[in-house]
Design a binder for this molecule. Structure first.
Ligand code: CUA
Length: 327
């Protein structure tokens, strides 16, 4: 490879890195994330100091180029240097890091007692979200109140996933047959991007979600609306969409509360119309994307469990309208 091509590749990699929409762990928006960011900076500082000191010794060694005759006369100094630099210093540095890490972990595990309980299940490239105290089930978009700790029970019904909202908390694995807990408190209203942090198959990169932190009153309104069931279509087109949905395979895989649709394979669609994205933050929830997804979601997210659904154009429009009305 020529030097120019190599430079071009490096520049492209840097640019792509800069364009990434992944949030930074150092842009903490909650106490838990701030703990972790502090630990990160401490590790970075210590590693940088060790790097500079070791680099300095190498430079000194090169400059001094001591000859063999002098080596014997400073053997005692060399051995003291080896003990200090090779054993004492690493033990001190690692001990400091161990104490800080254990302390951070303990702080992150402490329960406050008045947490909002949530359950999130890792699915094959999407996230089922339950509010068990309110019998509300949704997917991929997790609404939480600002200022109140959230306790999320995490598990998976397939392979291992990892739940990660970099600005709010650390990663916690979702393991089939086991439950793990994650706690965080969002400090400010906002939308925080989360992603799967454990390789889980070909759509691992499109297994994302949102944490939408709202003022407590707005959150209560949101949850209150989710508790009600309003499946009745308000137009003839939506009614036709509902009929088609129940007739086709859709109802066998998805649940829409208040209707015969009781499927458990795909996401619960009871409040689908108010979600911002489809396909676990794959595309914005627009009519065009909904239509494309229903026709053949495999072109948008290859390997996902939903088969193509062949519908007449009019029926497709009707289902798109019906799904958009569900909120
Ligand atoms: Cu789920 Cu990676």
């Amino acid at each position: 490879m020529t030097r120019r091509r190599l430079l071009a590749l490096l520049a492209a990699a840097l640019l792509l890195g800069a364009c990434s929409d992944s949030p930074s762990v150092l842009d903490a928006k909650g106490d838990e994330a701030r703990h972790l960011a502090g630990t990160w900076w401490l590790m970075f500082g210590l590693a940088a100091a060790v790097y500079v000191v070791v680099g300095g010794f190498i430079v000194v060694a090169i400059i001094r180029r001591r000859d063999a005759g002098q080596a014997g006369s400073s053997a005692a100094g060399d051995s003291r240097f080896l003990w200090l630099g090779g054993i004492v210093m690493p033990v001190v540095v690692l001990a400091v890091l161990a104490v800080v890490t254990i302390n951070s972990t303990r702080n992150l595990r402490t329960a406050a007692g008045d947490e909002l309980k949530l359950e999130v299940v890792g699915k094959r490239w999407w996230w089922e979200v339950r509010y068990p105290d309110d019998q509300v089930v949704t997917a991929n978009e997790i609404h939480v109140p600002v200022g109140r700790p959230v306790d999320i029970v995490l598990t998976s019904d397939n392979v291992v996933h990892s739940f990660w909202v970099p600005q709010l908390a650390g990663k916690v694995d979702m393991i089939p047959g086991q439950t793990n807990h994650l706690r965080f408190t969002a400090e400010k209203p906002g939308t925080y991007l989360g992603e799967c942090a454990e390789f889980c198959g070909i759509q691992h990169a499109r297994m994302r979600f949102l944490v939408i932190a709202e003022e407590p009153s707005a959150f209560d309104r949101w949850l209150g609306r989710r508790r009600q069931v309003r499946p009745t279509p308000t137009s003839e087109q939506e009614a036709q969409g509902q009929r088609v949905f129940m007739r086709e395979a859709c109802a066998g895989c998805h649940t829409i509360r208040g209707t015969p649709a009781r499927g458990q394979v795909g996401p619960d669609l009871t409040d689908f119309g108010q979600r911002r994205f489809i396909g676990a933050v794959t595309e914005p929830n627009t009519e065009g994307h909904r239509a494309a997804w229903i026709s053949n979601s495999q072109t948008m997210k290859p390997g996902n469990l939903m088969p193509p659904i062949a519908l007449e154009p009019e029926e497709l429009d009707a289902v798109v309208a019906y799904l958009g009305s569900l909120e």
